[in-house]
Design a protein around this ligand. Structure first.
Ligand SMILES: O=C(O)CCC(=O)C(=O)O
Length: 277
């Protein structure tokens, strides 16, 4: 857990740079548990299908639906207390995935995580990302790279960052601005959905494993459709808070309703869908 005095100072760094790194959120035993839970999933997992996912990167999607260990990360109290400050009440989990960048992977195209929301910039972030370091993040193993302060850029500044072709390559003058988020395993980087970042090049011989859990405003569409991906019998076992973050919640007065009922009612085995045949 973050000591209270550190918890207070995160906000200044987050507001000025667009990100903050919290070290030591996971202890040795918790890290071991996460690695053990991830190992069989990564063994099955295919590599990415394109340059963005990373052809030498394994991704496991819908991690929050794959066991208690991952649920606990989503609900980590230090992270949720930050989200409570950064997003409106009833905020949602927008995606949940493991990202294992293998040796030889090239840099990911630089991007922002809330670019899906076509609302002109500069503007407040509509999502906030968390990137858990499950391995140490180093200068050469693919640590996430960010451009500090880019969360304040306008749409024009964002477009200028690219070469101007379709490759989404970073224009050369921006490369020196990239900072690698070097941090020990067990840390978590929290950054604005408006911040320019990318997965780094992996020049090491090892794998860089991370877990990415971004959260979004309660009125914004989630990247992952958890209603369809996580079976209801699994959702029923989860805490009310997590159920709510997956979307079994109402953003007042009635966004998210199910035939004029609270969506949590759908989890009750007795629930009868009025539209069912
Ligand atoms: O793996 C990373 O460090 C960043 C990944 C990322 O930003 C993404 O896939 O959207």
């Amino acid at each position: 857990m973050t000591p209270p005095n550190e918890a207070k100072s995160w906000r200044r760094a987050y507001d000025s740079d667009g990100y903050v790194v919290l070290e030591g959120l996971l202890g040795v035993a918790e890290l071991r548990e996460v690695r053990e839970a991830l190992a069989p999933l990564l063994e099955q997992g295919p590599s990415g299908r394109n340059d963005f996912e990373g052809t030498r990167t394994q991704r496991v999607y819908t991690l929050a639906g794959r066991g208690r260990t991952f649920e606990r990360l989503v609900e980590h109290p230090a992270i949720l207390s930050m989200m409570d400050e950064l997003l409106m009440p009833n905020y949602l989990l927008t995606a949940s995935q493991a990202i294992a960048i293998a040796a030889g992977e090239t840099p990911q195209p630089a991007h922002t995580d809330d670019s899906f929301y076509r609302v002109s910039r500069p503007r407040p972030a509509i999502s906030v990302s968390t990137m858990w370091a499950i391995d140490d993040f180093t200068e050469d193993n693919g640590a996430t790279q960010v451009i500090a302060g880019s969360h304040r850029w306008s749409d024009d500044e964002l477009v200028n960052m690219y070469y101007g072709d379709d490759s989404l390559g970073l224009a050369p003058q921006y490369a020196p601005q990239l900072r690698s988020l070097v941090m020990p395993a067990g840390s978590c980087a929290v950054f604005a959905g408006t911040l320019v970042h990318r997965g780094g090049e992996n020049r090491s011989n090892g794998v860089r494993t991370a877990i990415s859990n971004p959260y979004c405003e309660p009125w914004a569409r989630q990247q992952e459709n958890f209603f369809l991906s996580i079976p209801k019998n699994k959702v029923r076992q989860m805490s009310p808070r997590l159920q709510s973050m997956l979307g079994y919640s109402v953003h007042p007065p009635f966004m998210g309703q199910v035939t004029a009922r609270h969506p949590r009612k759908v989890l009750n085995p007795e629930f009868v869908n009025p539209l069912a045949d």
